[in-house]
Design a protein around this ligand. Structure first.
Ligand SMILES: [Zn+2]
Length: 217
């Protein structure tokens, strides 16, 4: 075989190899999977005209108070929301599946009363300009005491405390998706915030076990 023929063959082989590597990289990242699981409309309200979504608030929730050994049942968590008339737009389960509980066009009741130290002008009014994301998760013992789950803490399995890698991956994909629809949600910690920064005396979530670096923030 001539030198140019070998070169051509080598080049073709290299291109196939590059394609395979590139394709595997692409398929390694699972796409965002969002399932509609809308909850009762009494847990949200139509967004007022002129209220543009500029913030995302990250939370955690579980059913550990009633079911400490099986704290992550979507239907049970949704029914607790409905019982108390609260909500979030999205709920991310331990496998990274995202459930859409409230349409983004509606105001979900997730933030409540509070104030961001760097945006005091939005005191007690963040719901109207934000999207709430609940991760199925459980924080530290101290955090759970604040939520009256302290006495149940020892019944909770270790693997149910904190967050899963799949949740971090889905949360990042979900944030990318939200930012496409709501460009005012800038990719920084002044626009993607925790409930604990807004209402620190009441709410401990997402808390100390949540690693913001895992979503690039
Ligand atoms: Zn919260």
């Amino acid at each position: 075989m001539k030198l140019s023929g070998r070169l051509g063959l080598g080049l073709a082989f290299l291109m196939v190899l590059l394609f395979v590597v590139f394709y595997r990289q692409l398929s390694a990242q699972a796409p965002l999977s969002v399932q509609k699981r809308l909850i009762a409309l009494k847990c949200s309200a139509p967004r007022s005209v002129g209220k543009e979504v500029s913030y995302v608030m990250v939370h955690y929730c579980s059913d550990a108070l009633e079911n400490p050994t099986k704290p992550y049942n979507v239907d049970k968590i949704a029914s607790v929301f409905e019982r108390y008339g609260v909500s979030a737009h999205y709920l991310v389960d331990r496998e990274g599946v995202v459930y859409n509980l409230v349409e983004e066009s509606r105001t979900a009741y997730h933030a409540g009363k509070g104030k961001l130290p760097f945006a005091p002008y939005h005191e007690n009014s963040l719901n109207s300009i934000s999207i709430g994301i609940e991760l199925m998760g459980i924080g530290t013992r101290e955090e759970m005491k604040l939520l009256n789950i302290g006495s149940q803490y020892d019944k909770i399995a270790k693997e149910n405390i904190g967050f899963t890698e799949k949740q971090y991956q889905s949360l990042r994909l979900l944030l990318n998706d939200i930012q496409k629809r709501h460009p005012k949600v800038l990719n920084d910690r002044k626009h993607i915030v925790g409930h604990d920064e807004y209402a620190p005396s009441r709410r401990p979530d997402p808390g100390k076990l949540f690693d913001w670096k895992k979503i690039g923030l």
